[in-house]
Ligand binder design. Structure first.
Ligand code: M8O
Length: 215
């Protein structure tokens, strides 16, 4: 079977979620970089629209299939490779808590910082806009975590919720959100920042990261 190919953009938090999951599960993959900014965005070209009709990253070619939408991709990886470092708990209630945090971030927070949304909001208002929605969403995430977090988002094992949280914290910092009201979020982010799977997935470690940004 061909090596999986991830269509990814270095700074896209949704691509980053999938990179973390692939790394944690130790699934080797190649990256095809899709620049969201070059020439108005390579995600809008005809060739890529065939891969992903939403004209977004990520997309993953794996097991002879092409899949889109980051959470869907992560659940596919989990269902097809349940024993390679499980990223969902066994317990049904804990599974629901993982999905809850994933949903709040992936549906309730992140889409509001998508490039198409920020372009629509406009250069002048985009920082305030992003701060507003991330702060509102993080209030909910912090409250949910106060009931289910252990060392990580849900208990003491890394789950898909952590794959969603860390990139969203990066986005929050990018828009200069005041994170002091969110001590649990900050603690979990700190816990994971040096984890090898998270480090390797970081924007600054990506092949398409501009050299002036890469550390
Ligand atoms: O400014 C750019 O370089 C272009 C697009 C992105 O980074 C993507 C996002 O910020 C949305 C996201 O993934 O949360």
């Amino acid at each position: 079977m061909a090596k999986p190919v991830l269509y990814s953009y270095w700074r896209s938090s949704c691509s980053w979620r999938v990179r973390i999951a692939l790394n944690l599960k130790e699934i080797p993959y190649d990256i095809k970089a899709v620049s969201l900014i070059k020439g108005g965005g390579e995600q809008h070209c005809n060739e890529y629209r065939e891969v992903n009709p939403m004209e977004q990253v990520p997309s993953l070619c794996i097991d002879g299939h092409t899949l889109v939408e980051s959470l869907n991709i992560m659940h596919y990886l989990e269902e097809t490779r349940p024993n390679q470092r499980p990223l969902m708990p066994q317990d049904c209630f804990k599974r629901a808590k993982v999905r809850e945090i994933c949903e709040v971030i992936s549906s309730g927070i992140q889409p509001l910082q998508n490039l198409i949304v920020l372009i629509y909001v406009g250069e002048e208002k985009k920082k305030e806009w992003a701060q507003h929605w991330i702060t509102r969403g993080f209030r909910a995430v912090e409250k949910l975590l106060s009931a289910c977090a252990g060392k990580y988002c849900v208990g003491d094992e890394i789950t898909l919720a952590d794959c969603c949280l860390v990139p969203q914290v990066f986005n929050a910092r990018r828009f200069h959100v005041d994170l002091r009201p969110f001590p649990i979020i900050l603690r979990i982010d700190r816990e994971l920042e040096n984890h090898p799977a998270f480090r390797a997935a970081h924007p600054s470690s990506q092949p398409d990261c501009p050299p002036e940004v890469a550390k």
